[in-house]
Design a protein around this ligand. Structure first.
Ligand code: 5GP
Ligand code: ZN
Length: 111
């Protein structure tokens, strides 16, 4: 997807603060953080969202990356993972990503 901003970040065409990276996944800090820790876990391959036929290996790599982000950022007390799916859920970048939020007491929030 040549005009996709997260494809460009995954290809290092656009700079980002990379927290973790492997063959399948990149994790980088959100430009507009909603918590002291707000990192996005993004597959390098383009999928629109989590129900876009994502292979199990990619989901497994994303889970691994979430654990690495939590370890690297010291989120021992807990954290929240959010995957906005579709415009009505507030998805603004149509490339699958999981928000990892933490570093403060998040309360019960929406869920
Ligand atoms: P969504 O609303 O789609 O679930 O989340 C998209 C997220 O991507 C937002 O939290 C937004 O701040 C972040 N974002 C959008 N463009 C960029 C960018 O160019 N760099 C980084 N690091 N984050 C971005
Ligand atoms: Zn993309």
């Amino acid at each position: 997807m040549s005009d996709c901003i997260f494809c460009k970040i995954a290809n290092h065409e656009i700079p980002s603060t990379v927290v973790y990276e492997d063959e399948l996944v990149i994790a980088f800090d959100d430009l507009n953080p909603q918590a002291p820790v707000h990192t996005l876990v993004v597959p390098k391959q383009h999928f629109e969202n989590i129900v876009d036929g994502v292979p199990g290996a990619v989901l497994e790599a994303m889970t691994h990356a979430i654990a690495e982000v939590a370890r690297i950022k010291g989120l021992d007390e807990g954290f929240r993972v959010i995957a906005n799916t579709g415009a009505a859920a507030g998805q603004t970048v149509m490339h699958l990503h999981m928000h990892v939020l933490g570093g403060k007491d998040l309360g019960e929030g929406l869920v």
